[in-house]
Design a protein around this ligand. Sequence first.
Ligand code: FRU
Length: 538
Amino acid sequence: MKRLQYLLITSFLITLFSCTENKKSEPHTDTMVTDYKEQYRPQFHFTPKGNWMNDPNGLVYNNGQWHMFYQHNPWGNKWGHMSWGHAVTRDLVHWGEMPIALYEEANATDADSTMIFSGSAIVDKGNKSKICPDGTGDCMIAFYTSHVHNKGEGIVQHQSLAYSADKGQTWAKYTKNPIIDLKEKDFRDPKVFWHQPSQEWKMAVVLPKKYKVLFYGSKDLVNWTKLSEWGGVGDISKIWECPDLFELKVANEVGVTKWVLVISGGHESKSTFGMQYFIGQFDGNKFTLDAEETGQHYLDYGRDFYAAVTWNNDPYKRRLMIGWMNNWDYANEVPTTPWKSAQSIVRQLVMYKVGEAYKLYQAPLREIESLRGTYGGYSDLELPCDPNLFSNIRFTSGEIQAIFTPAEEVGVEEFGLKVFQSKDASGKVVEETVIGYDPNRKEVFLDRSRSGRLDFSEKFSSRDVAPANLQEGKINLHVFIDESTIEVFVNHGEVVLSSQVFPKMNQGGIELYNKGDGRTVANTYNAWSYNSTWDALK
Ligand code: FRU
């Protein structure tokens, strides 16, 4: 079993870190233009105007702007030449793409380079570290992994930094890099944050194949001391990447705070990639799992939410997260061009005590409601209802809030929503994605097995499930769809499912349904098509 796991992980890493075949002759992102109207182009999720994107990096607020950097290939629409792309927003809804911030460093040849892997960013107020060579203004500092390789063969990964003295417009690499080097082939994704009680900067960084998070401390951002390591528990079905560590107040328990350690790697279904989190305490030196916690929780039960991390310095002290809406199982193959991958909508994380347990809730940020366009809605609909009721509420980019009550104890098999639905000339449904609830299994599911294009990867077709109980007899589904993305927040963000779909037809049909002999009532159905965020750029 261990051997099989090893083989799977090794083959994943070889595929990931050796597909550098795309040539620099492909169009460079900065020269590309788009009207953001291509098939599958999300209208309110960030996508680069062209070329490949994966993890969000360097999330930090500074001077009126939330920055997001991201893993980007400036020369191609597949993974390779990893550099940091850059986007900014003033409202967490509309994004503006900036010039590429940090480029891959070519060494002797193109094939033998140092790529700029994932990491984080902070603001050094008054340039106390003196890393920005001139001035005493604020110095923005990015921490990233230098991935040194030769013809795709990884040699070493170590931690490096870059700085910006002009509020993030332009970046320079620190000449004394690397700042931490363990001579490890897999050692990456530094997350740096300020820890007030110990008056020190902390870093969480992973040894992916050893399932370990290493914690470091520093006063000057250059010299780092190892504090402790933690790991080997939770989901070790894949690898451990992109750690994040932060403190959250428990929203319904005065004076109690918890520390949350987030890791990308394993998925609930074990066969694919996903994210897990742990709840405990961090004393400035080490992370300890709470006594009542037995292991990991999963952050998202869909297939396309990975490498998510949170912002440093949110001015309203919220814990805001964004994640890559793709999956290493098929990310390079998804049928979008000239770009690949979207980032999720921004989610606010809130910790609640539920019974005796603590739980992380994810709520879509309210700011997104500013995009609401045409509205359609009903209340107290008995299901099944006349499908024609929905013929005037159709869209491929928008928001749906639906609350359902299974009105009988027996006989209700499942119910929910069908989105991205298209019919042929005879009125027969030929494609749709189903977001439903099975009250017998107490599961929400997202079924994309008839969602449209599935041909580009054997691993794409899926029906994913998440545990969810009725609350006062009801299930609450809050759904965002956007041309090729779906995010489902269940029961106010208690569980979330995020997945991509690639419909071949584009009728944007939406329907409520139920299955079985029992009655179901849709207490509330509110739907809004969304205005495109790209229109604001024109
Ligand atoms: C996660 C990841 C990171 C790495 C980056 C490379 O998706 O594998 O661990 O830094 O992508 O692009």
